[in-house]
Ligand binder design. Structure first.
Ligand code: MG
Length: 217
């Protein structure tokens, strides 16, 4: 029997990819900045800090970085094991796969095109003369935005919320995991596991296929 069409929405940092993109970027500023940003990211993902405020502080630490640095950091992002398998098998079964991220379009756009994602949304760096100003361009994609984006994509695709799947690891994924028909915590922080219907504790994103009941092709 064919499944009804589903919408699978993935978080990016530490879910679709093994890294936190902003931590990789901060390494191009200085060792001190990298340490500082990494500490804030870890606390934000554990749900200990307000995401938007913590993101503002981290992006400030990146002021002056060139877009060439952003491209170099992007090239170092490692996809999660099983990411392409998940997307290809979901597509083969007629489902849609999107990614919504509190990270940045500048780093995620190349991944989205490489992986063949159907839709993606993230923050944007404000830039001037080829360098980051240290500010976010436009409203910040936070936990609430992630949930709203899931709902918006489901509606636009004619897929009932009951047929949506959200996958994430961090504190800013809690609302979208709770809103989805099936919320899956992936290698997740405790706060995220508590909000999820299921948890995957093995670093292989293709295990989402088994949780959703999508055949491997
Ligand atoms: Mg994450």
């Amino acid at each position: 029997m064919t499944q009804e069409r589903k919408l699978i929405v993935l978080d990016v940092d530490s879910t679709l990819t093994q890294d936190e993109g902003i931590d990789l970027l901060a390494q191009y500023v200085s060792a001190e900045a990298a340490q500082q940003v990494e500490t804030i990211t870890a606390r934000a993902m554990a749900g200990e800090l307000d995401f938007a405020a913590s993101l503002t502080a981290r992006v400030e630490a990146l002021a002056g970085l060139s877009l060439a640095d952003v491209a170099a950091a992007t090239a170092r992002v490692r996809l999660s094991v099983g990411a392409q398998v998940l997307i290809d098998c979901a597509h083969a079964a007629g489902h849609l796969v999107g990614a919504v991220s509190g990270g940045f379009h500048e780093m995620i756009d190349p991944l989205a095109s490489e992986l063949g994602l159907d839709m993606h949304r993230a923050n944007r760096f404000e830039t001037r003369d080829g360098r980051l100003t240290g500010r976010v361009d436009g409203p910040i994609v936070d936990a609430r935005t992630k949930e709203e984006t899931l709902r918006k994509w489901a509606e636009a695709s004619g897929i009932p919320m009951g047929n949506t799947v959200a996958v994430g690891d961090g504190g800013n994924d809690v609302l979208m995991l709770a809103a989805a028909g099936l919320g899956i915590a992936y290698m997740a922080k405790p706060v995220t596991r508590d909000a999820a219907d299921r948890a995957i504790d093995t670093p292989d994103l293709s295990l989402v296929l088994d949780e959703v009941g999508i055949p491997r092709v």
